[in-house]
Design a protein around this ligand. Structure first.
Ligand SMILES: [Fe+2]
Length: 410
């Protein structure tokens, strides 16, 4: 069964008051910046409980990749698309990012279902492209078998040529799916016992207060990266690189900062003050909270959400091989730009963020993969400003099937 999150309307002018009590509490714990000095207590950053290394093989070894696929990506809920991509009944989109031909459809009843994109006659894909369609029904291009968006076979051409034809036997098979926290989730193996416990309500509440479920999808771009998916994820979990890798673009907006990290079920929320952040300013009436505070979420297991002053970036990382990752980037706005000025701001923001992520963060992933693949180091080391990374790996590895012979924790 699907669960639809009831969400407040997306805040057009996000201030601290439009955030949840939990988000507000985290923001109020951000310490003041101190002239470029590292914030205290640094002891938190050097927490000895967190193991600060990982073997380079976790990024390179095909056996480790297979283990992640079996234990996590084919067993736990994974994000497919933002729900805002299919906001209306009749919206349907093909999805092949995980290497399976799927369809995501919102039927007349408002429920989003995930089907195999395969006609039950001979297997032809019903939709070949990746555009979002508005359709009352889906007709196979091969022999015109026609399905409702709830998956029922409505009609087959010349049914009398099939012996004892029973339409009810040919519905599109579904994968377990849910709509929660503004995201459409699915479990990619229909034979596992679905465990939805990771879709924590606290996380959905955060997403609702940021307007994710009701957002407008301004842009979507897919990247095909020659890097392990965890190397793509890493820069979005730490602030150590921000003023350095991004020095020529957005680095000046940030400083080395203390992040307030909170676990929301399996997901991580990180709030941090930008360079001009002052604790006393967050309550200035009407002040856009995203100008001074960044919210960054690691959406377990393979998503990222980051706030900017006028938009939200949502990314879904889809591992295809140990050395190949597809990334779907979505820019979310509170609503569709309704003026030339709003359109121009959105277009410039979209260009900038694709450059920053594409040319800088994704480049870092690629050159790191190439460096690791040289065999030049056996162990990767994480410092205190990267605590969220080994914390995340602890959690990821905690899901590895224990009876598997190639579990690698050291
Ligand atoms: Fe970055």
């Amino acid at each position: 069964m699907n669960v639809t999150t009831s969400a407040p309307a997306a805040p057009l002018k996000p201030t601290i008051d439009t955030l949840s009590a939990s988000q507000q509490e985290a923001i109020r714990r951000i310490p003041a910046h101190d002239g470029g000095q590292l914030p205290t207590p640094i002891a938190d950053w050097l927490d000895p409980v967190i193991k600060k290394t990982r073997p380079a093989s976790i990024f390179l070894d095909p056996a480790r990749f297979d283990l992640e696929q079996r234990s996590v990506f084919r067993r736990l809920p994974v994000p497919l698309i933002p729900a805002a991509l299919v906001p209306e009944p009749g919206n349907v989109v093909a999805h092949d990012g995980y290497g399976l031909s799927l369809l995501v459809a919102r039927a007349k009843d408002g429920i989003v279902r995930v089907f195999y994109n395969a006609c039950q006659h001979k297997g032809s894909k019903l939709i070949e492209d990746c555009a979002v369609h508005k359709a009352a029904r889906l007709t196979c291009p091969y022999h015109s078998w026609t399905y409702g968006l709830d998956g029922r076979l409505l009609a087959a051409a010349r049914p009398e040529v099939f012996k004892d034809f029973d339409k009810t036997q040919y519905a599109l098979p579904q994968l377990p799916a849910r709509e929660q926290a503004g995201v459409i989730w699915a479990i990619l193996d229909p034979d596992v016992d679905p465990d939805w416990s990771g879709l924590d309500d606290g996380f959905a509440d955060d997403m609702a207060h940021l307007g994710v479920p009701t957002a407008h999808v301004y842009g979507h771009q897919r990247f095909d990266l020659a890097a392990n998916w965890k190397l793509v994820l890493e820069p979005f979990m730490e602030s150590y690189h921000v003023t350095r890798l991004h020095a020529s673009t957005i680095g000046d907006l940030f400083t080395d900062m203390a992040s307030i990290c909170t676990k929301l079920g399996p997901h991580q929320r990180k709030v941090a003050g930008k360079v001009q952040f002052k604790p006393s300013d967050v309550d200035i009436p009407g002040e856009n909270i995203h100008k001074t505070v960044t919210h960054a979420y690691q959406i377990f297991p393979n998503g990222v959400m980051v706030t900017s002053p006028y938009y939200i970036s949502l990314m879904i990382l889809m591992p295809r091989a140990a050395d190949r990752t597809l990334v779907d980037y979505y820019m979310l706005l509170p609503n569709k730009p309704d003026s030339e000025k709003a359109e121009s701001i959105a277009a410039r923001s979209y260009d900038l963020i694709l450059k920053v992520f594409g040319n800088e963060d994704f480049r870092a992933a690629r050159i790191t993969h190439e460096g690791l693949a040289s065999g030049g180091l056996k162990t990767v080391t994480y410092g205190g400003m990267e605590n969220t990374i080994p914390t995340y790996y602890d959690q990821l590895e905690g899901h590895f099937l224990t009876n598997d012979p190639v579990v690698e924790h050291s």
